[in-house]
Design a protein around this ligand. Structure first.
Ligand code: FMN
Length: 179
C-alpha cells in the first residue's frame, strides 16, 4: 500500500485507458472516500452519478468534447458526474446570509480530491474534466434541474502509468510565512 505522499505524486491526469472494467467494489471504495470528505456545516452537497453503460457513456463523452479536447473520455470504463446539490441550508440564521454555494464549490473539490487519491491508491487512474454544458449533462443523466454538474471524472486502468512529473509553482510563489 502506498503512503499519502506517494499517492499525491502518483495521481496524475490520465488520458489513455486500458479496455478493462473496474470492479464495482473499487468504484464503491472511491465513492466512499469522497463521502467521508469534510464540508461546510457537514452539508455534504455532492451527488455522484456513475456511468458504465456503454451508450450513455459514449453520449456523455461526446458532451465533453465541446472545445475539442477530452477525446479519450469514452476509453475510460467509468465516468463519474459530480453534481452540486441545490444550495444547502447551512445553519439557518447563522450562515444563511452568506453565499453557501461558495462553500459547496470548495466542498466538491475536497470530495473530488479524496476520490481521485483513493483511485490512485487502488492502482486506478483518473482525469477531472470541466468542459461541458451543465444542462446537456443533466438532461442526459436525469440529474435534477436545480443541481449543477461541476466536474466529470474518468476512471479506469491507465494504459501508461509512467509518472510524468509535476509542473507546479514553487512553494515560494504560493506560500508565505508570517513569523
Ligand atoms: C476543475 C478541473 C477541470 C479540468 N478539466 C480538464 C479537462 O476538461 N480535460 C483535461 O484533459 N484535463 C482537465 N483537468 C486536468 C488538469 O489539466 C490537470 O489536473 C492539471 O494540468 C495538472 O496535471 P495533473 O492532474 O496531471 O497533475 C481539469 C482539472 C480540474 C481540477
Amino acid at each position: 500500500m502506498y503512503q499519502l505522499d506517494e499517492i499525491i505524486i502518483k495521481r496524475q491526469s490520465c488520458r489513455s485507458y486500458e479496455p478493462k472494467p473496474v470492479a464495482r467494489e473499487d468504484i464503491i471504495k472511491c465513492l466512499d472516500a469522497a463521502r467521508l470528505a469534510p464540508s461546510a456545516c457537514n452539508s455534504q452537497p455532492w451527488r455522484f452519478t456513475i456511468i458504465t453503460e456503454p451508450q450513455t457513456k459514449t453520449k456523455l463523452a461526446d458532451l465533453l468534447k465541446i472545445i475539442g479536447g477530452n477525446k479519450f473520455a469514452d476509453e475510460a470504463p467509468v465516468l463519474i458526474a459530480v453534481a452540486e446539490e441545490a444550495c444547502p441550508e447551512l445553519m439557518p440564521g447563522v450562515l444563511k446570509k452568506w453565499d453557501c454555494k461558495h462553500f459547496a464549490h470548495g466542498d466538491i473539490g475536497i470530495a473530488v480530491a479524496h476520490l481521485t487519491l483513493k483511485a490512485t491508491e487502488l492502482g486506478l487512474a483518473t482525469c477531472i474534466m470541466g468542459t461541458f454544458e451543465d444542462k446537456d449533462v443533466k438532461e442526459l443523466l436525469n440529474i435534477p434541474e436545480e443541481h449543477k454538474t461541476r466536474v466529470i471524472i474518468s476512471l479506469g486502468y491507465p494504459s501508461d502509468s509512467k509518472e510524468r512529473g509535476k509542473n507546479r509553482k514553487s512553494l515560494d510563489e504560493i506560500a508565505r510565512f508570517i513569523e
